[in-house]
Design a binder for this molecule. Structure first.
Ligand code: F6P
Length: 323
């Protein structure tokens, strides 16, 4: 391979920029030309592709978001869209790809590389931490820290007014952010998509707290919780349990922004570095990941089909004991 391209796709995540920087600088160090594709698969279809050098990625390590921009692109799912993307890659003499993103990004890489002869490596970048093949995805650590900071602030006002807050955090299908932020923020209860908690049980927990003279409380509700989000949970609790004045806060997209934590900067750098080295070593259709403290490669089909329960047993158990 002579020229590789890097892109980010799907939801942005803090740590993508350090990863882009590592891909560009590692590629150039090993004598490759490197291009950046803007707006993910959309940019591939629209030929929104720029050549990059060491300078193009100066001063981005500390930036949230992605300097290459991102998009969720439906056209890439069609044979015509893929063909346009492939023709543009050829026009730009690009012969391998590093795609940073989540499940949708990996699906795109898998389908594209089954159809066309182009080596691809996927890097897990999503705040949700819901991908197989890596203990951590880029952005998860920063997002969790952001949520904890928010919970601490909400607790100040909750305690001052003796209120019960229902705080909804991101995680479409995964409760990783909710569980960690709940433990680190001392939440009274945590509602997760991976574990059914009935409203009845939640009320029992809150009533037990009230009986122990808890003057305020925080319930973390993961976006994907089956009770239908923080507003619904709060409403149903209030119908039966009226001990506290209740409020709802949806943290939303503020969880996706912000300067990447040291963990995400280092993880992004390691993964970008490993992705380029993997391409140079002739690896194809793989994802990079962190297992323990080691960077590993996983077959992309295995990564897409595999599922793992990423909520640690001890955290699950202590979430009720320590609250
Ligand atoms: O996948 C990351 C994520 O932030 C999810 O937690 C959330 O459900 C989704 O993206 C929101 O997507 P969008 O920014 O497209 O609304």
């Amino acid at each position: 391979i002579n020229k590789i391209a890097v892109f980010t796709s799907g939801g942005d995540a803090p740590g993508m920029n350090p990863c882009i920087r590592a891909v560009v600088r590692t590629g150039i160090y090993y004598g490759l030309k490197v291009a950046g594709i803007r707006q993910g698969y959309q940019g591939m279809i629209e030929n929104n592709i720029v050549d990059m050098d060491n300078h193009s990625v100066s001063n981005i390590l500390q930036l949230g978001g992605t300097i290459l921009k991102t998009a969720r692109c439906l056209e890439f799912k069609t044979p015509e869209g893929m063909q346009k993307a492939y023709d543009n890659l050829k026009k730009n003499k690009i012969d391998a790809l590093v795609g940073i993103g989540g499940d949708g990004t990996f699906t795109g890489l898998e389908r594209f590389s089954s159809k066309f002869d182009i080596p691809v490596i996927g890097v897990p970048g999503t705040i949700d931490n819901d991908l197989y093949g890596s203990d951590y995805t880029l952005g998860f650590d920063t997002a969790t820290n952001t949520v904890i900071e928010a919970i601490d602030k909400i607790r100040d006002t909750a305690e001052s007014h003796a209120r019960l807050f229902f705080v909804e955090v991101m995680g479409r299908d995964a409760g990783c952010i909710a569980l960690r932020a709940g433990i680190a923020g001392g939440a009274e209860a945590i509602m997760l998509p991976e574990k059914d908690t009935s409203i009845k049980d939640l009320i029992a927990t809150l009533a037990a707290g009230a009986a122990k003279n808890k003057t305020s409380g925080i319930v973390i509700v993961a976006e994907g919780d089956k009770n239908g989000g923080a507003f619904n949970v709060a409403k149903r609790v209030k119908e039966v349990f009226n001990f506290y004045d209740t409020k709802v806060t949806i943290l939303g997209h503020l969880q996706r922004g912000g300067s990447p934590s040291s963990f995400d900067r280092i993880l992004g750098s390691r993964m970008g570095f490993a992705a380029v080295k993997a391409l140079i070593a002739g690896e194809h259709r793989k994802t990079v990941g962190l297992r323990g403290n080691e960077i590993v490669l996983t077959d992309i089909v295995e990564a897409l089909n595999g599922h793992e329960f990423k909520l640690e047993d001890d955290l699950m158990e202590m979430s009720t004991i320590l609250a």
